[in-house]
Design a protein around this ligand. Structure first.
Ligand code: HEC
Length: 108
């Protein structure tokens, strides 16, 4: 029986985060409605002064949202938006936008 335990544990470790991720993504997509006028649900910016968020790294998005929330980074629109976000909101939103796959076409 002994050798089986590490296998079970490693399978659980692989399967569990994926189950969590699907729920987080669903939550992130819903929460992204608050961002859509400027960043789009798909993370492609709708206004010229807003950056695209699609495919941006999860760590970067989380870091920036926390910086807006705690005042380290300031912007008249984002400071207001970030003040209303919990750590869980930030994590879900970052997972959503970072999970969007993007492709780049270089100019000729
Ligand atoms: C009213 C428009 C508006 C809304 C709504 C809005 N944003 Fe933004 N967001 C901006 C603008 C403009 C910037 C660029 C800020 C700057 O120039 O420093 C920005 C920047 C960001 C950045 C930093 C990106 C980078 O490249 O550094 C993140 C992350 C972000 N927004 C996430 C969100 C999320 C998540 C939501 C929804 C909860 C949201 N924003 C809602 C306008 C908006």
């Amino acid at each position: 029986m002994k050798p089986l335990l590490p296998i079970i544990l490693s399978v659980a470790a692989i399967a569990w985060p994926q189950a969590v991720l699907a729920a987080d993504l669903e939550a992130g997509k819903k929460k992204a409605r608050a961002c859509r006028t400027c960043h789009g649900i798909d993370g492609i910016a709708r206004i010229p002064i807003a950056p695209h968020l699609a495919g941006e790294s999860q760590v970067y998005i989380e870091t920036q949202l926390k910086a807006f929330r705690n005042g380290k980074r300031e912007h008249e629109m984002m400071t207001v938006v970030a003040k209303g976000l919990s750590d869980e909101d930030i994590s879900d939103l970052a997972k959503w936008y970072s999970a969007i796959e993007i492709t780049a076409t270089l100019p000729e």
